[in-house]
Design a protein around this ligand. Structure first.
Ligand code: TA6
Length: 275
């Protein structure tokens, strides 16, 4: 099926009626529809004009998750969640387009990053982000190459917002007995013995070494719902939208990945919608 290349985004359609949309800004997947049913959450207040990270879909978090806790970290000058989601990727074309799947690629190197952010993290790098749509399955894969002469450290995370009809009826399975850092309780480490994570308050947890969805080389997972107060505090998020979304975010954020000069790293996620 043809990929529609527009000025600010591309639209993928497969032969079964499923579709996806990816903005060049942040190479952010903003929609994935399973035969017309939207599976990702995008705030109705999200800005899509490149002035702020997109509030929803699958923002790419690189080279740092949140804000560096150590002021001497190489990434410390960068804004929360790094520079990739607020940089315009280049269109690298269609890599697969057949009866079963459509795959497209986007690229970003240091020279394409806004100048102020280049100064905040002056490293030479190349990202290639690949989005592959196959009906009830969406694959998003990121490769990172160190094109600098010295090693650099980075975090990576696919900050995936899922659309849910009612947060009070949502649970996340597969995290039982796995310790996590609870950002809502002053970053204490907790082990949750409950079979599933349910949502009755602000939830912001970093699970290290958790198997979640199908993740490729991303050992950690963040589970987040802003709940009432945090929702009110976000200008690009409607007060009530916390009821219609849950973030389950595979990444490598519990510590930095160290990438040597000329080395590459690759990771991603395969999300399958159980229809
Ligand atoms: O991934 C969860 C989290 O780190 C939360 O702490 C919250 O800050 C969320 O990301 C959204 O961050 P943003 O910078 O997009 O507002």
């Amino acid at each position: 099926m043809p990929v529609e290349v527009l000025e600010d985004k591309v639209i993928l359609k497969d032969s079964k009626g499923s579709s996806a949309e990816v903005y060049y800004f942040g190479a952010t997947v903003t929609s994935w529809k399973y035969r017309g049913k939207e599976l990702l959450f995008l705030s109705k207040k999200s800005l899509l004009d490149g002035t702020k990270g997109i509030r929803g879909g699958i923002p790419i978090i690189f080279p740092q998750f949140a804000k560096a806790t150590d002021s001497s970290a190489e990434t410390a000058a960068l804004p929360q969640h790094g520079l990739a989601r607020i940089s315009k990727f280049e269109w690298n074309g269609v890599s697969v387009d057949n009866e079963s799947e459509v795959s497209v690629r986007f690229g970003l190197n240091n020279s394409q990053v806004p100048e102020n952010l280049q100064k905040d993290w002056p490293k030479k790098f190349k990202l290639i982000f690949t989005v592959t749509l196959n009906d009830d399955t969406l694959k998003t894969n990121l490769s990172v190459k160190n094109e600098d002469t010295a090693p650099f450290d980075f975090n990576v995370l696919l900050h995936t917002y899922y659309s849910v009809p009612d947060i009070s009826k949502v649970s996340v399975e597969g995290l039982q007995n796995i310790s996590y850092i609870d950002k809502v309780k002053n970053f204490i480490t907790v082990v949750d013995n409950d079979k599933s994570v349910k949502f009755t308050q602000e939830t912001d947890r970093i699970y290290g070494n958790a198997f979640l969805l199908q993740r490729i080389n991303l050992k950690d997972s963040v589970v987040w719902n802003p709940w009432i107060d945090k929702a009110k505090g976000m200008s690009d998020f409607d007060d009530d939208e916390y009821k219609q979304m849950i973030c389950v975010e595979p990444g490598h954020v519990a510590e930095y990945i160290i990438l040597k000069s000329e080395e590459s790293w690759e990771g991603g996620q395969i999300i399958q919608y159980k229809h």
